[in-house]
Design a protein around this ligand. Sequence first.
Ligand code: NAP
Length: 280
Amino acid sequence: MTVTGQARVAGVIGWPIGHSRSPQLHGYWLDRYGIDGAYVPLPVAPERLEQAIRALPALGLAGVNVTVPHKEAVLPLMDEVEPLARRIGAVNTVVVGDDAGLWGRNTDAFGFMAALRAGAPTFDPATGPAVVLGAGGAARAVVAALIEAGAPVVRLVNRTVAKAERIAADLGGPVEPIDWERRGDALGDAALLVNATSLGMKGRPALEFDLDALPLEAVVNDIVYTPLETDLLAAARARGNPAVDGLGMLLHQARPAFEAFFGRDPEVTTALRDHVLAGD
Ligand code: NAP
């Protein structure tokens, strides 16, 4: 697709930015739908963040996605922040309004829930307790999504239990912080298990987790997507649990941003998954 002088332009800011899959993902959709637009990686050092954000309207950008390490730091720079992003405490999408105002959103919770629904279509989060491992940035979005979807309780297991307690306080709702050493006790009647730690990711330590106490119908979702088939997912599938990988969350979280920047809710398809995986 040729980019003309009328093209809408968006991008992703982070530091470093070379690892981001967002340009590949949005670029695929721009081609697929023949949209006159461009989506580019924007390396922004932390000390230049405010300058870069303030320049977005002047440059005529439609908006940017925000990745590590800027997701929390951009929040106070917004003119308006959607309530969910404020509860999560992080912004991953900045939309430039017609009035040049900056609107901060967080689409990770949407992406998590859309991917879970796509990967386990008959599962209803309201039917039973959810166990979430981890209390970092990603876990915040996962917990917010589960509360919104009506989970009766979210057992939030983390090595640093104080971080789980902070999420419980920030998000409100039925969140029960649990110490990492007691993680096995949380599984008994669980309907869902989510790994939102960085354990099991390429280059990180393994997630050592015994699934024996987990009911066989419980859905297991690992939001780590490198590797795509983590040891946790392999163990879950081997004992018969439905398993959902982490790539879906990455793809679905990009949908609301693409729609805000380029005016169309794009589809997450097998061809898109293959395209993104081929970029590994
Ligand atoms: P983060 O803020 O750095 O949080 C890391 C979490 O892992 C914390 O809860 C940390 O516990 C825990 N952890 C790390 N090492 C541990 C260990 N040795 N033992 C026990 N717990 C340990 O990271 P994040 O941004 O939340 O991301 C977490 C993972 O989710 C990453 O692998 C990331 O790639 C993935 N992710 C996927 C998507 C997607 O779209 N699929 C989106 C976002 C993130 P402490 O609090 O005790 O340090």
